[in-house]
Design a protein around this ligand. Structure first.
Ligand SMILES: [Zn+2]
Length: 423
């Protein structure tokens, strides 16, 4: 590191408490689906305080639904906004950068499983606890302050840097897509997903669907005259588990995923049905998330899921008569695979190595992130590199404090080398 870079790293370290404080304020807003506004406002205020010029980017469903990357949803898009700020270049000749972080979180239920209130963040023993602490509000704070540290150190950049706080990463990706569609893109994109200080090169595709089963209600004294919709769900779920096994057969696994045990997962995330212990339930539904390898299309997977369910339905007298309905909503994201030798990832690795003495490990992801938007529809080279977190999407989520600052340091160094510093 030269003297300027050392100065930037020092400044990042003077901002530690601000980074933790900003993270905590974001975590205190329970930004689950439909409740994202307050967290977006906290970010907007922070950006303004740090002399960025934030603008809100709405998700306009009418407009965005024409985009091939749009994921259809079952909810309304009224006043759903992302927040974006671009700091203009102070010179020319550099390469632009964009930090993208999501402000939405998954539900903290059952909250009784938590040792403390998931939305009242606390810090102890070097960790910050709360829903979204790791996934990914600490990353948002790190990236924001990394960009701020450049200016606070008295430098400018030879190319613009954009900061995005987006919503709906956990269900559709429509937040990030709306920002890209509004023209926010860059030569390099970094997302601080909490997989640790690694460089993501592969991520699977993910889709959501739900299955609606109709049964026939009857009194339990004559259950044979009814058709139990809940038990019919079991039948379909077991067929889908068979499909999942097929997908994970060794001969179909690409090289990048060959060392990961069971890389593709089906999750039955929601099940509903029935309303009385002594009545045979007349309807039931379950909602699923399933992943697929890079190179496979959403349409292909959709077709295979429909065929799997049709096949089992034909074998069952009741389901043959009244076939289940299958609806695809939310995620419909293809996966992607890139080389870690491309320039932006190399620069990121150099920065990591400069600060730690080691190459960053490569990360092969078995879930999806907003990277898809940039890979499929943007111009830049994009990866994830973030803090170390535990129990994300589970009770007692926490993020390691030191790792947040390490991300901010790497990001700040990345900006200075990728965009180019100006005094
Ligand atoms: Zn996340």
């Amino acid at each position: 590191m030269d003297i300027k870079e050392k100065r930037i790293i020092e400044v990042v370290n003077t901002l530690k408490d601000d980074i933790f404080d900003f993270t905590s304020r974001l975590v205190s807003k329970a930004s689950t689906l439909g409740n994202e506004t307050e967290a977006v406002c906290v970010m907007e205020e922070e950006l303004r305080k740090l002399s960025f010029e934030p603008v809100k980017i709405p998700i306009d469903a009418t407009e965005l639904s024409k985009h091939p990357g749009y994921a259809p949803v079952e909810w309304e898009y009224n006043n759903k906004e992302n927040v974006v700020a671009t700091r203009k270049a102070s010179g020319h000749g550099g390469r632009s950068a964009l930090f993208n972080g999501h402000l939405d979180v998954v539900s903290a239920e059952p909250s009784s499983f938590w040792a403390r209130d998931p939305f009242n963040p606390v810090i102890f023993d070097g960790w910050l606890y709360g829903r979204g602490a790791g996934d990914m509000k600490s990353g948002v704070a790190a990236m924001t302050y990394a960009a701020y540290a450049i200016e606070k150190s008295g430098f400018g950049l030879k190319a613009p840097v954009t900061i995005q706080g987006v919503i709906e990463e956990e269900c559709t990706g429509n937040g990030a897509l709306a920002c890209l569609n509004a023209g926010y893109d860059a030569d390099a994109i970094l997302i601080p997903e909490p997989w640790g200080p690694t460089i993501l090169t592969n991520q699977v595709g993910v889709l959501w669907f739900k299955v609606l089963v109709q049964g026939a209600a009857s009194h339990v004294q004559s259950t044979s005259s009814g058709a139990n919709a809940i038990e019919k769900c079991f039948l379909i779920i077991s067929a889908l588990r068979g499909f999942e096994d097929e997908l994970n057969k060794p001969e179909g696994i690409p090289k990048a995923y060959s060392t990961i045990p069971h890389p593709l997962n089906l999750n039955i995330g929601v099940i509903k049905g029935g309303d009385w212990p002594s009545t045979v339930p007349a309807s039931a539904e379950f909602h699923c998330r399933i992943s697929f390898f890079p190179g496979v299309s959403f349409d292909d997977m959709r077709q295979k899921i429909i065929q799997t369910i049709q096949k089992i339905a034909e074998k069952d007298t009741w389901l043959h008569k009244i076939p289940p309905k299958i609806e695809f909503y939310g995620f419909r994201s293809p996966g992607h695979s890139i080389s870690r030798d491309i320039p932006a990832l190399q620069t990121l690795n150099d920065c990591h190595k400069e600060l730690t003495g080691e190459d960053a490990k490569e990360y092969i992801s078995t879930c999806t992130t907003d990277l898809r938007v940039f890979h499929l529809f943007g111009k830049g080279q994009a990866t994830c590199y973030g803090p170390i977190a535990e129990n994300i999407h589970a009770a007692n989520e926490r993020v390691n404090l030191e790792s947040i600052i390490n991300v901010a340091e790497t990001y700040a160094l990345f900006l200075s080398r990728w965009c180019g510093l100006i005094e």
